[in-house]
Design a binder for this molecule. Structure first.
Ligand code: ADP
Ligand code: MG
Length: 408
């Protein structure tokens, strides 16, 4: 069997017209001699009757607090509905199809309700049906724990389901169908002239996804990378080839237009962050306090980013929704944290920046030129990130996109 995994996002399965386009994608794969496995997200976006956010709103409007375990039972329903509807759509068009919950498809997850990780995939049941010529339609975003409980994978989790199935089934490719025609040099909602990246590496897309490019989930890219399964991100609604994500640009000599000289591949952003600055008094047990600060935050489930440590002060960024919790934790250590809400992180990502001087100079020049104040920065070998104020975020993204000539 030549297996292909085709994942369709929320907008792709939202209406009958769009589901017809999904059907023709599946039919096309069959015509090409592939054995397709379909993975679906919940239908539509917040406000639509069966969307994930609608279920969350429903639960929290009745009782403010819902246990994570029960919440997962509820929000996993969106994908189940979607899988059944999509199966019926395929059957009506004469495509033999069979719906699976994540658990039935063999996806085993840990008990971290709301943000579970996939432990392994036992695809035997699904393979049986595939051998009989049926197309499995799998509910994304969820799996079963060892005890058979439903747990969901967090935002964008259907991408992860698709990648895990692709890895387990040794698929030739995992196709991520969405409402944009590929991974772009920036979010097209902020930079309308952003270009579609034709081919790129796992490394770059893992980074872009971690730094906020929500077109694909970072864990999906990591799983695909580990097993060497190529990913293709493309639009359900047009014929453009989309973005191929693979090992190395060099391995893609088939793409003559690829710009090997690019330094920056994309600009990303993460809204709703807060900056924390803690003055640490000069004292004997300074080292202990330092450990205590970061240990206590970690114990409270707060991951920190853009970390800057000096003897006099520690500063870092956290998700804005955790600002109150961080304040409590730090105050309980006898510290007086200064917390600045309303921040955002903008990043430039590119394998090509390795060892190239002047990238930071360009970042600073672009942001200063756009009147954007840099609150804090951090860099890794292929990323430079800056914390800015929320009201400057979009201007910052556009300025960086222009500075590195990404629309060319
Ligand atoms: P789906 O429901 O299909 O999974 P998502 O909303 O999760 O769709 O992802 C698609 C959206 O991601 C696009 O509509 C786009 O606004 C956004 N996006 C953010 N950054 C990028 C980027 N670099 N390239 C393409 N899309 C991006
Ligand atoms: Mg998504």
């Amino acid at each position: 069997m030549r297996i292909i995994v085709q994942k369709f996002g929320g907008t792709s399965v939202a209406t009958a017209e769009r589901r017809a386009q999904v059907t023709s994608r599946v039919q096309h794969a069959l015509d090409e001699g592939y054995t397709p496995v379909v993975v679906v997200s919940a239908m539509g976006r917040a406000g639509d009757p069966y969307a994930t956010d609608t279920f969350i709103q429903m639960a929290t409007s009745i009782y403010k607090e819902t246990n994570p375990r029960e919440m997962d039972m509820l929000i996993g329903c969106g994908e189940l509905i979607s899988a059944v509807i999509m199966t019926n759509t395929l059957l009506a068009q004469g495509v033999p199809a069979v719906a699976f919950t994540g658990g039935q498809a063999g996806i085993v997850v840990d008990k971290n309700f709301g943000n579970a990780s996939i432990l392994r995939v036992n695809p035997e049941h699904m393979i049986q049906e595939m051998k009989e010529g049926k197309v499995p339609v799998v509910a994304g975003f969820q799996g079963w724990t060892e005890a058979g409980e439903i747990a969901t994978l967090g935002r964008g989790g259907s991408d992860t389901s698709a990648a895990a199935l692709g890895a387990a089934l040794r698929a030739e490719v995992v196709e991520i169908y969405t409402d944009v025609d590929g991974i772009k040099t920036a979010d097209p909602r902020i930079v309308p002239e952003a270009r579609t990246i034709d081919v790129t590496t796992y490394d770059e897309i893992v980074q872009m996804a971690h730094q906020g490019a929500k077109v694909i989930h970072p864990r999906a890219v990591e799983i695909a990378m580990r097993r060497g399964v190529p990913l293709r991100v493309k639009s359900t609604f047009d014929e453009s080839p989309g973005t191929l994500v693979t090992y190395s640009i060099e391995a893609t000599a088939a793409f003559p237009e690829v710009r090997l000289d690019r330094i920056i591949t994309g600009v990303t952003h993460i809204p709703a962050m807060a900056r924390v600055v803690v003055a640490t008094p000069d004292q004997e047990d300074e080292a202990d306090l330092e450990v205590e600060i970061f240990r206590s935050l970690a114990d409270a489930g707060i991951s920190v980013d853009l970390i800057n440590v000096s003897p006099e002060q520690k500063s870092f960024a956290i998700p804005e929704r955790l600002a109150d919790r961080a304040e409590r934790v730090l105050t309980s250590l006898g510290l007086k944290p200064k917390i600045q809400r309303g921040c955002a992180k903008v990043s430039v990502v590119g394998t090509g920046m390795r060892g190239v001087p002047g990238v930071m100079a360009n970042v600073v020049e672009a942001l200063r030129g756009a009147g954007v104040k840099i609150l804090q920065t951090a860099d890794s070998h292929i990323t430079i990130s800056c914390l800015v104020r929320t009201e400057d975020m979009e201007r910052a993204v556009r300025a960086l996109h222009q500075q590195f000539e990404l629309n060319r």
